[in-house]
Ligand binder design. Structure first.
Ligand SMILES: *[C@@H]1O[C@H](CO)[C@@H](O)[C@H](O)[C@H]1NC(C)=O
Length: 204
C-alpha cells in the first residue's frame, strides 16, 4: 500500500500537463501496481523539496520526504539512534518506515519524519555510542532553532488553517500560497515533535 506522503509525492509527476485528471490516473496506475513504475515515479521526485515543487508545479506537501531545513548551529544528533527510534531503514536516498515493527495504529512516522532523518544535522561513529545527556542537549538546541524559524512567520499554522477554512472559494493560486506556508510550518512542527519523541526514547 502507498503511504499518504508517497501518494502526495506523485502530485509532481504529471504536472507539466496541468491536469488533475492525468494526475489522478497516474496515482491509480501506480497504486494498481507495477513495481518499476512505482520506482520510476519515486525517482522522479528525488530531491524535490517543496520550494521546487511550488515553483514548478504550483503545490506543496506537509509530508514531503525530500523537504529540507537549514540548521545553522553546531548541535547534532546520533543518526542511527534516530533511525532506530522511528524504525527507519534503508540508505538515505531510500529511507522507508519499517512498518512491520510498528505497533498497529502508530501512524506518527510519515514523509516529514523521513525528511527529518535526512535533514537534521547528525553524527555517526560506529565505535562511539551516543551519550543520552549530550543527545538531549542537541535535541533541545535543534528544537529551539525550529521554534525560532516558526516565530519568524507572521501567522501560525493554526491561523493558516483557519484562514483556509474561511476562504472555501479562494482562487487556486491563493490557496496554494497559503498551503505552501502552512505546509512549511507543519513540517517544522513535526520535526520538533519527532525530536521530542527521540529524546524520550533514547535508550541508555
Ligand atoms: C518501532 O518498532 C518497535 C518494535 O521493534 C515498536 O514497538 C515501535 O512502536 C516502532 N515505532 C515506530 C515509530 O514504528
Amino acid at each position: 500500500m502507498l503511504e499518504s506522503w508517497e501518494a502526495e509525492s506523485f502530485l509532481a509527476f504529471p504536472f507539466y500537463c496541468l491536469s488533475y485528471f492525468i494526475f489522478t490516473l497516474e496515482i491509480l496506475i501506480v497504486a494498481l501496481k507495477p513495481k518499476n513504475l512505482l520506482q520510476m515515479t519515486i525517482n522522479y521526485m528525488s530531491g524535490q523539496k517543496n520550494e521546487i515543487l511550488m515553483q514548478r508545479y504550483g503545490f506543496s506537501s506537509p509530508v514531503n520526504p525530500w523537504d529540507v531545513i537549514k540548521f545553522s548551529g553546531n548541535a547534532k544528533i546520533h543518526l542511527d539512534s534516530f533511525l532506530s527510534v522511528f524504525n527507519i531503514s534503508g540508505l538515505p536516498e531510500e529511507y522507508y518506515h519499517n512498518k512491520c515493527l510498528a505497533i498497529n495504529g502508530d501512524t506518527f512516522v510519515d514523509g516529514a519524519v523521513v525528511a527529518a532523518a535526512r535533514t537534521l544535522p547528525t553524527w555517526s561513529d560506529k565505535d562511539v555510542p551516543p551519550i543520552p545527556s549530550a543527545e538531549r542537549m542537541a535535541v533541545k538546541e535543534l528544537q529551539q532553532e525550529c521554534r525560532q524559524m516558526l516565530a519568524q512567520y507572521a501567522t501560525t499554522s493554526k491561523q493558516d488553517e483557519k484562514l483556509l477554512d474561511s476562504l472555501p472559494n479562494a482562487p487556486r493560486t491563493l490557496e496554494a500560497a497559503i498551503k505552501y506556508r502552512l505546509h512549511r510550518k507543519l513540517f517544522i512542527e513535526k520535526v520538533i515533535q519527532a525530536l521530542e519523541i527521540y529524546q524520550d526514547k533514547i535508550l541508555f
